[in-house]
Design a protein around this ligand. Sequence first.
Ligand SMILES: [Zn+2]
Length: 385
Amino acid sequence: MAPSIRIGRLFGIEIGFNWSLIFVFALIAWTVATQVLPFDVPGQPALAYWVAGAAGAVLFYICLLAHELAHALVAVRNGVKVAGITLWLFGGVSQLEGEPKSAGAEGLIAGVGPLTSLAVALIAFVLALLPLPALVADLFAWLAIVNVALALFNLIPAFPLDGGRLLSSFFWWRSGSRQRGVHSAVRIGRLFAYLMIAFGVFELFTGSVLNGIWIAFVGWFLLSAGSSEEAGTAVRGLLRSVPVSAAMTSPVVTIPDWLTVEQFLDSTAPQHTFTTYPVHDPSGQLTGIVRLGDLVRMPAQERTTQRLRDRARPIAEVPTTRPDEDLAALIQRVGSGLDQRVLVFDNGRLVGIVSPVDVARLLAVRQQLGGGVPPAGATRGSPSS
Ligand SMILES: [Zn+2]
């Protein structure tokens, strides 16, 4: 989930938030202002409750940020790059690029989040004991409880929660294999997810409908997150230490962007087997990429009037890479951007294109080889479509 709004940088880490957060912010402020505080500290003016409620929501997100920042900073210290932190509907997400190098590092990165929440809870608890106005003291007490809940929720042993990662680091440490660690953790996580769904359904019929739906939904979310974590780990395992150059289609044919779509389809396209072409302007500067599939779907009359540059995806929007970048790292970095193709540049020169088909073909080969690492260069340089 991409951050919609960037807030800024903190300790060198990009912080942003998603629009879904505004809804939850309002929900928290409303709950604190109308449910929590009037019950604990009755007889205050409505405005005081609402100001405290809004302050509570802000403090809640600061606590969430502290939790995520702890993950990110420990990750950086352990040599894992962090793309940024995004706050959204379910809380915070630290986007790590690449994987921890050891079971110990993974355990530390995962464990420091709940520990931070517990530390924040302790601070809030101490503040609540100080001789402050009743409303403020009660707000801190609420914050202490919320942070304990945050720590406990994150310790549920299921992906993508911290508890799931702690469990996986434990099994990694015991078995010596990250993939096996993830596999064992996912199996236990699945059990917890099913238990949550069952409890949610039970609650739905016997207790609160809203609570039941919510618990079952979280269970379902954990179930699917576990499966995708396992699949992702297997793919990354196969692609680790494989350079982009092993998968890319090379060389690349670039096309003048002033050709009409019809000229291109009649004269140039039949001579090649490529499905994607970078286009360039009269000075030779790349201006974008076009995909054969998009062009052939155009109505016939538009093909004669529209030029390739009118239909091209602007070059600024196309993700790029180097031939020596790790393929697993590239996929983690661009994500679904791979569907739109990635251009490979070597010292400013365009040397290849990577598409999902290229990666799938490489994966098929690696799977048949049993995931073994071939000698350096063995999968390189094979000309492909
Ligand atoms: Zn966490």
